[in-house]
Ligand binder design. Sequence first.
Ligand code: ATP
Length: 495
Amino acid sequence: MAETGNTMEKIVALAKRRGFIYPGSEIYGGLANTYDYGPVGTELLRNIKNLWWKYFVQKRPDMVGLDGSIISHHKIWEASGHVAGFADAMVDCKVCKARMRGDHLVEDYLEAHADELKDYTDKTKVFEKPLTKEVVDAYLSTGKVEGLSNEHYDAIIKQHTIPCPTCGANPKKDNNWTKVRKFNQLFPVQLGIVEGDEGKGYLRGETAQLIFTNFKNVLSSNRVKLPFGIAQQGKAFRNEITPGNSIFRTIEFDQAEIEYFFDPEETDWEPLYDEWKKRMNDFVTKELGIKEENLRWRLHTDEERSFYSKKTEDLEYNFPFGVKELWGLAYRTNYDLTQHIKYSNKDLSVVDPQTGKKIVPHVIEPAVGVNRLMLMVLCDAYTEEENRTVLKIDPKLAPYKVAVFPLLANKEELVKKAKGLFEDLTNDFMVIFDARGNIGKRYLAQDEIGTPWCVTVDFETLEDEAVTVRDRDTMKQERVKIAELKEYFAKKLVQ
Ligand code: ATP
């Protein structure tokens, strides 16, 4: 990642210019916090999803997949606690109408005063009540001030005259802030013609709950036995208040979640937890090719962790806009299944066929957003060199593995040969054909979308059945026989 302050702007601009990510509903003025994925972004997102599936499902004997419904019964979300508790603290600026999260407003204020916080003591004048020592200490250890009451946020904003970050309005002068209120993030959907709760569903706020509600189905229809995991990828919906930073936080996103079920009397949770932690780390560094130095683990404090969780950690990534949560790992005990047993009145326990022992299994949950993984991949790969910008994406992830060019677009015999080669290679790889502009421009365009190899068909090719292969990272060129090309790329892709 380049070190410059506006790296994120450059990445966002490149992502739009080259067809990775477009703002949602753009021709109608845009729809906040939604994005569409262009041709190149679609490939990248799909590659990440497929790699995740291969790594966590295909290659493991103890994992199975699931594809649950997006629209789901309101009771699922009552049982899970989302209807009552899945809420953010929201505050509006009356001057510019910007809506933001109260906790984020305070966090940004503290970040801007980081120097003063460094020698913070409870005697420091700047940070007196209601910004208590507890709040500042929690911020210093976690970077967050989540979980305070609405009144507490109101008081901090007032006490420190925190201005609107969007328009600069000042609470003393402009009285710009509304009161902080709780805002539930679930999207309700009215189904059929029945009004009231009976006709009410929700767009799922996470994929995980569908795993719990289908637990018994999976258990009875598959040859699985504890410990085993159920994995799911799919859309989740959250009415997020303060997004920004491209696809980092959006109202619709792809989650990839696993619930790993086990009997705590048979399997120690701590080594199992550590094993999952290692898997997550390995996936990010070895499969996605992310630089280790940009990652770190953050343990949730007792206050921050859900009451039913014994341990929760976030794998964080050093995005250009700060170190942020990438992937959560939580030991959730058997809270979720127990809740669904209570609300549905169904027996969701497991009976050991040998001993007759009946238990409600516990779970370890690794939960990640695929779009957030994609943003990380873009940020990590973004490289500025003297005369070019290159996305040094792991070739496994690259939207196109190979670009095929005829040296000259107006020489029919070259174009014909290059098209034939393109068609042949498409049987094995995602390949792009380009005959526009000069070769230099074509290289630059492919560098910006991370294509690892460019193949040029020139006049010599017509004589010697060989092509020039140019490597994205080294920019070195070598001559390779057409007959050996597929093997050449296949070998490089497994390196
Ligand atoms: P945050 O604190 O960032 O809101 P969270 O702790 O609520 O996230 P979880 O409910 O644990 O997130 O979701 C698991 C993962 O799903 C997150 O680690 C993140 O990768 C992804 N995720 C959550 N919310 C969003 C969102 N609005 N947009 C994109 N990805 C998201």
